[in-house]
Unconditional design. Structure first.
Lengths: 98, 201
């Protein structure tokens, strides 16, 4: 059952999968961009970014644009590999069942 | 989760990757209209040169200045139409027009275009205008190819066609006017119509 093992529990949520998808193709994304694309509330999004950060799949950078604080996110190398493995596992699962 | 859910996951991943990195609300209709402006503009310039300048364009004459003015008007009308129709389309699709993807698109489109525009102005001011039409096509084509990474990928093909037309124009400067009309006029109309059917239907 090695295929099932590669299905990453941490990605087993629409918002988390969404955050990772966006960060895979963008160098950075800020909080508002993620919010707009995923249609999530502030609290919901924050809890999911925190979970991904804890696993060290994404890193958070806080900076100031003018006087406004801005939080932006980027994937780590670890996160990228984990996501790729997850996608491969998903693809295999779909192929095996159809 | 069964396989249907996984399939939905993959679909959503692809959708988000596209939406977050490409601005796809470009209006096909604005392409058609831009092409028509270009054709009207070139028809006017053709009429002007043949009736008032014996078919030859002399640098810094009033006919030449009118041609430049026509060119500027075509560009302004095309940009305004493009921005208005794209904003309208984006609103309909419920995405904001001025977000990170559209900013990236505009910046990557403008870098080759502004470089080319300035270069053309410089050589015009030095009295070398034989290649201006070809250069416009080449730089516009490069701008489209560069921008295609951040929008619907199809615009790169329009870019390649413009570059090829521009290179032909560089070899045969005498056909510059006709190649310009084909590139900016007819190709825009064909391409815009194609986009209209592919994405707006």
């Amino acid at each position: 059952m090695s295929i099932i093992n590669n299905i990453n529990k941490l990605f087993d949520h629409r918002i988390r999968l969404g955050i990772m998808s966006i960060l895979m193709v963008n160098d950075y994304a800020d909080f508002n961009m993620l919010k707009e694309l995923l249609g999530a509330t502030d609290g919901n999004l924050a809890s999911h970014t925190k979970a991904l950060e804890k696993a060290e799949y994404i890193k958070i950078e806080k900076q100031f644009i003018g006087r406004k604080p801005n939080t932006r996110y980027a994937t780590t190398a670890l996160g990228k590999t984990a996501f790729k493995k997850h996608i491969e596992a998903l693809e295999k699962l779909i192929k095996n069942k159809t | 989760m069964d396989s249907k859910d996984y399939l939905k996951d993959i679909g959503e991943i692809k959708d988000l990757m596209n939406k977050s990195s490409r601005f796809i609300s470009l209006s096909g209709l604005s392409g058609v209209l831009a092409g028509m402006y270009a054709l009207i503009g070139s028809a006017f310039a053709y009429w002007l040169v043949n009736n008032y300048s014996n078919g030859v364009l002399i640098l810094n004459g009033w006919v030449f200045n009118y041609c430049l003015l026509t060119l500027a008007l075509v560009a302004i009308f095309s940009i305004v139409t493009g921005v208005l129709l794209t904003t309208k389309k984006a609103k309909k699709q419920n995405v904001s027009t001025w977000n990170s993807t559209s900013k990236r698109l505009v910046i990557n489109f403008l870098i080759p275009l502004v470089t080319g525009g300035l270069y053309i102005l410089i050589i015009l001011s030095q009295g070398k205008y034989g290649q201006a039409g070809a250069l416009m096509l080449i730089f516009y084509g490069l701008a489209l190819i560069n921008a295609s990474k951040y929008s619907v990928g199809d615009i790169q093909f329009l870019g390649y066609i413009q570059v090829i037309l521009g290179l032909i124009g560089a070899i045969k400067p005498g056909y510059g006017f006709w190649l310009w009309s084909i590139g900016f006029g007819i190709m825009h109309i064909i391409y815009g119509t194609w986009m209209l059917f592919k994405y707006d239907k």
